[in-house]
Every structure is written in structure tokens, then in C-alpha cells.
Design a protein. Structure first.
Length: 254
């Protein structure tokens, strides 16, 4: 949708879509499998299955390890695109927005000095390479998930340095920055200019409807959050995309 050039300028691309098709960008925050998420029954990490495809490793109700392609967004989208190739332009899947303070993709890659960190890094790299090869891209969701609007410039600088040291070597450079909590700062803010100086030129917040502002060397885009809160309390806002009542499983706890 956007072209971020080597000199930092940003330009809109021309999208040509088949009749009846609508452009859709999938964006997934915090695919780090924080320990509290694992305790609540989420997957433990992303892995490669016996066929080399990305799958989710989890623990079933009986405490047994399970590797499945049915219970996590990445393998679900991968399978859907393989079954419906007309859904995706050139096999594109979506953007994975990672922090780093609890590692990435379920691998505890934080603090490289830890004895087990290198083995975790190598395992994460194998998954990252497969994700990139199959149409997924990465964005920075910061390192420690701070509210950028509330923290100091010095704290933001330290947070960005940690991303550059621990996460960027794994996923590669990215011009995409997804604000934690959707809490962004204006272009006049020194924190915004700092992020630009670190190579970020496309910024993402959260809003109730599509929004895109473009300038010569940056762009800002709002995203619609599709989560449990939105599915239950903001059905009208999601109606242009789908019927939330048709999506929610009645078996889910209320």
C-alpha cells in the first residue's frame, strides 16, 4: 500500500484490485506469548511442524504438549490463503507487531547474556525466516510496551535501543512502528522525531474507522481493533467488515 524509500520518503502505491475485492491489511499485536497469556491457556510459542510449516505449540487440558495449525492466527491465515489464493495479493498475509521484553514468538530471547538465550534465538530465527518466506512482515510494537505519550524522551530512547539490540537482529529492520495502547504522539513531539531518526516512517494507532495521513517522510494510519471488547461492545463499528454475532462462538465464556 505504501512505499518507504531508502531516503525515508513515503509514497502511496497504486492498488489495482479485481472487481468486487476490497483491500484488507491484517495486523497482530504482541505475538510474544507472554507468560501470563500461557497461564491463561494461550499457545506457548510458534514452531515449525514436521512439514516445515508454522504451527502453534500449546498444552492441552491434560497437560500434554500439542502442535497444531488450528488454534492460532498465523497457521489459520496460512491455511486459508492456501485454500483461497484469490484472497491475498502475491501471498501477502499480515504484519506481526512484536515487543521484546519477554522475547518474541514465545522464545525467551530477551537479555542475550542469559545462558539459554542463544538457543532460543536460533529457534526463533528459524520461525522468523519461514514467516518472512510465507508472506508475513514485522513491525516494532516497542520493546517494553510503554505508553509513548506518557513516558519521557530518555525512556523512549532506551526502549528503542533495546529493540534495536535484541529484536531487530532477529526480525530485520522495519519502517513500521505500532504504538502500544494506540497512544501516539504528534509529529511536533521530540519523541516522534526520535522514532523517525531510528528508521521508523509509518506509524499506527487505533481508531473507530479507517484513517490515513501522509506527509513526505512519514505516514500515520489508524487500525480497527478486532478483539473481545470490540466483538461484544462495538458491533456497529465492525459491521462494515462483518457481523460480530455471526463470529462469536456461543460456547465462549461470557
Amino acid at each position: 500500500m505504501l512505499d518507504v524509500r531508502e531516503d525515508g520518503t513515503v509514497a502511496r502505491k497504486t492498488l489495482r484490485l479485481p472487481e468486487g475485492k476490497k483491500p484488507l491489511i491484517l495486523s497482530v499485536d504482541d505475538l510474544n506469548y507472554y507468560p501470563y497469556m500461557v497461564r491463561r491457556g494461550n499457545a506457548v510459542r510458534l514452531v515449525l511442524d514436521e512439514e516445515g510449516n508454522v504451527a502453534a505449540a500449546s498444552i492441552d487440558r491434560d497437560g500434554r504438549p500439542v502442535v497444531s495449525r488450528d488454534d492460532e492466527i498465523v497457521p489459520i491465515v496460512d491455511r486459508f490463503v492456501s485454500e483461497h489464493p484469490d484472497f491475498s495479493l502475491d501471498g501477502a498475509k499480515g504484519i506481526l507487531n512484536l515487543t521484546g521484553y519477554e522475547g518474541i514468538l514465545g522464545y525467551r530471547t530477551q537479555n542475550p547474556a542469559r545462558p539459554e538465550a542463544e538457543a532460543e534465538r536460533q529457534a526463533a530465527l528459524r520461525v522468523v525466516e519461514r514467516l518472512k518466506a510465507t508472506g508475513w512482515r514485522f513491525a516494532s510494537h516497542s520493546y517494553g510496551h510503554p505508553d509513548v505519550a506518557k513516558i519521557s524522551l530518555e525512556r523512549l530512547k532506551e526502549d528503542t535501543r533495546k529493540w534495536k539490540t535484541e529484536v531487530e537482529p532477529l526480525v530485520g529492520p522495519t519502517p513500521l512502528y505500532v504504538y502500544p495502547f494506540g497512544s501516539h504522539v504528534p509529529p511536533s513531539d521530540a519523541k516522534f522525531r526520535w522514532l523517525q531518526s531510528q528508521g521508523f516512517h509509518v506509524f499506527f494507532g487505533v481508531g473507530p474507522k479507517p484513517y490515513l495521513r501522509m506527509e513526505q517522510d512519514w505516514a500515520f494510519m489508524d487500525r480497527r481493533h478486532i478483539d473481545g471488547i470490540a466483538l461484544k461492545t462495538q458491533k456497529d463499528l465492525l459491521r462494515p467488515l462483518f457481523d460480530a454475532d455471526a463470529v462469536l462462538d456461543p460456547a465462549r465464556p461470557r
